[in-house]
Design a protein around this ligand. Structure first.
Ligand code: ZN
Ligand code: ZN
Length: 246
């Protein structure tokens, strides 16, 4: 071992002694685990397991059927193809996503992105996807936060899936937060808020990345402009799906 390598190893050990690795959610020691989220916090993060709606990924009661479509998607079929998420937005999941988004915890973002990539590998093989596309934030929101969570997720997912990262969408105007709006107000709020950039366009489908899918209004508005530009199918991958349509 070279002198430089020995010094680096010693300083790493010293850092580990002074600052033992801790869970980014509850601060409990992670005992040398590579995961930034401890086992008990992971157990408090409900997984989005089958059966789910074949279109919007909503958890459904009953026997597994890959073609099951929820009542809301039957009434108003989404513009996007399929949406999937590794987690249900409940219990410890909202805290994990907010910690990543609002406190800029990049290791937590990388961990969430890895769970999202696994979801694609195991449960939603979007075979026709040729680009990973983030849902864009308005430049002012990005400036306020200091970073862009969907871009951070999309870059890692693209690398893990071996699919090109292509920021194809731009936000044309600032929109109010969707959190306290009704489903119809959410759709109006984001209508016409996106456009497709002048970048070279993929010849096949794309995987749209966001943190949470709630009513699907943002994903629909993005899918609408992408489809109008001749890009389809537009599938959606988020870290979490709300357990109910709002
Ligand atoms: Zn924890
Ligand atoms: Zn549905």
């Amino acid at each position: 071992m070279t002198v430089v390598a020995s010094v680096l190893t010693c300083s790493r050990t010293l850092v580990d002694l002074l600052y033992p690795a801790a869970c980014l959610l509850c601060r409990a020691p992670t005992d040398g685990s590579a995961s930034p989220v401890c086992e008990s916090c992971q157990l408090a993060m409900p997984r989005s397991l089958a059966p789910v709606c074949a279109r919007c990924g909503l958890g459904l009661a009953g026997a597994y059927d890959a073609h099951l479509v929820c009542p809301a998607c039957q009434r108003h079929p989404p513009v996007f193809g399929q949406a999937r998420a590794p987690f249900v937005y409940a219990r410890a999941v909202p805290d994990a996503i907010k910690t990543f988004k609002y406190r800029g915890r990049h290791r937590l973002g990388a961990w969430l992105a890895a769970q999202m990539a696994e979801e694609v590998r195991h449960h939603a093989p979007f075979a026709d996807v040729q680009a990973v596309v983030p849902v864009p934030l308005h430049w002012f929101t990005r400036r306020l936060r200091g970073f862009d969570p969907p871009i951070a997720l999309a870059r890692t997912i693209a690398r893990l899936l071996g699919v090109p990262y292509v920021p194809l969408l731009q936000r044309t105007r600032w929109t109010a937060t969707q959190t306290r709006l009704s489903p119809s107000a959410r759709a109006r709020n984001v209508e016409g808020a996106f456009r497709v950039s002048a970048r070279p366009r993929p010849s096949g489908g794309v995987l749209l990345i966001d943190d949470v899918l709630t009513s699907g209004a943002t994903a629909n508005a993005c899918a609408h402009v992408l489809r109008r530009a001749g890009i389809q199918p537009v599938h959606v991958l988020t870290a979490a799906r709300t357990p109910l349509h709002p």
